[in-house]
Design a protein around this ligand. Structure first.
Ligand SMILES: Cc1ncc(COP(=O)(O)O)c(C=O)c1O
Length: 416
């Protein structure tokens, strides 16, 4: 995995160059589009700081990135081709560098978030089964563990397809293969023939990572019709950097698509989900009726701000692959330090070594401390686990203070 770091000046010049290739609402006779620059009273263009703020400048210029530009680059909305090209670079970088895809073999777009990217995958695979196999919605099911994100049942509900919810082991959080086998057999008996399998490259609550090879092998060995989507909304920008042997790549022939989220680990603004899929699949959700959109539309959301794509591009370029590796290693080191202290205190917790989430059994921690440190519960009504996510703002000092209070409490000397 390698991409070069760019200097701040290079980043600024590239973004400005991209904006100059877009049509400027102020300088062009742009009469036909229902859009303009942002309201001048609220978002004035002549603020001096904008000169050195390429993201804000893009935000105010307000380019629309409607459509899927990896697929239709050159023909999609000609007005904003400069910033579309930066979006294409982002998708290519994630698909080819982070997920080891072949050159130009993947499509994708910047989605509003992980939820849409996950539902986009379900939508594509549902339509694929309908078109290629004449499948009825009731013959299609989404298969996912109970630790998966709620966008899976939400998507199944919107698309009117079934859900198959798999049990996980309480301690290891691994999918129980016997439960998978039983539930798939039961689903087949009920008439389900087509499966959309979700594997997590880090779950929301535990940071657990599914055994994608074992699950794919089950579907292959049983001769089942399946498509495999990876939810890397949380783990996408950390797990592949931490685990050099990650099985979550396009080199794995069974993996069809990925979700990532810039607005989690990458610290880009909300609105920076990323959807990536092998070429030849986006076509299953082409909206023919989108006649006024050059290049047509292939996404759930339609219009979206080009500034989001630019923010991801800038962040990835600012670090380069090596800088990003180091940044993620630092978070993982801090996470390991916390785990080490918890282990020494005899506290039970769950942690995947390549992920910066630590989930502590509720028996070991008072709700007062959990509330004071704003830990997140697996379920507010029946809390069994509390989680800590070691993000950039979670300093070693904060973690030390937390551990000290926990230790004091465990010795029965509750402080302040
Ligand atoms: C694993 C996982 N998938 C999907 C999502 C949904 O992402 P978003 O909130 O960006 O829609 C999340 C959010 O926490 C997540 O952790």
């Amino acid at each position: 995995m390698y991409w070069k770091k760019l200097s701040q000046v290079e980043i600024k010049n590239r973004v400005e160059g991209a904006l100059n290739k877009n049509l400027n609402y102020r300088k062009t006779n742009l009469l036909g589009v229902p859009a303009s620059y942002l309201d001048e009273e609220q978002f004035y263009i002549d603020a001096p700081f904008l000169e050195d703020a390429p993201f804000l400048k893009t935000f105010i210029a307000n380019p629309n990135h409607i459509g899927c530009h990896t697929r239709t680059h050159g023909e999609s909305e000609p007005f904003f081709q400069g910033t579309h090209a930066l979006e294409v670079e982002v998708i290519k970088l994630c698909a080819e560098q982070i997920f080891k895809g072949e050159a130009d073999a993947q499509d994708g777009y910047i989605a509003p978030g992980g939820t849409e990217a996950n539902i986009q995958a379900l939508w594509i695979y549902r339509n694929y089964y309908q078109k290629e196999f004449g499948a009825k919605p009731e013959e299609i099911a989404v298969v996912y563990s109970k630790d998966s994100h709620y966008s899976m049942p939400k998507g199944a509900n919107i698309l009117n397809i079934k859900s198959i919810l798999l049990n996980v082991d309480d301690e290891t959080r691994a999918i129980e293969m016997a439960d998978l086998d039983a539930k798939i057999k039961q689903a087949q008996a009920e008439g389900i023939k087509y499966f959309i399998v979700i594997q997590n490259m880090s779950t929301t609550m535990f940071g657990s990572v599914d055994d994608v090879n074992a699950v794919a092998a089950y579907f292959v060995e049983n001769g089942l019709e399946f498509k495999l989507h990876i939810d890397g909304a949380f783990g996408g920008f950390i797990y592949p950097f931490a685990n050099p042997d990650s099985p979550f790549t396009f080199q794995n022939p069974y993996i069809d698509s990925f979700t990532l989220d810039g607005h989690k680990m990458l610290q880009t603004p909300y609105g920076t989900g990323i959807f990536i899929i092998r070429k030849g699949m986006m076509e299953y959700v082409e909206t023919e009726e989108a006649k006024y959109v050059h290049g047509k539309d292939f996404t759930i959301c339609g219009s979206r701000s080009g500034a989001n794509a630019v923010s991801i591009w800038m962040t990835l370029m600012n670090y380069g692959s090596m800088g990003w590796h180091v940044r993620m290693e630092q978070l993982l080191d801090r996470t390991s330090l916390l785990c080490d202290k918890l282990t020494k205190m005899g506290v039970e917790y769950y942690r995947n070594p390549f992920v910066n989430i630590v989930t502590i059994k509720a028996d070991y921690i008072s709700s007062a401390i959990a509330k004071k440190y704003h830990l997140v519960a697996d379920s507010p009504e029946n809390t069994k686990w509390w989680k800590i996510v070691v993000m950039s703002h979670v300093t070693a000092g904060m973690l030390d203070q937390f551990v000290t209070e926990m230790r004091a409490e465990r010795k029965g000397i509750v402080k302040g």
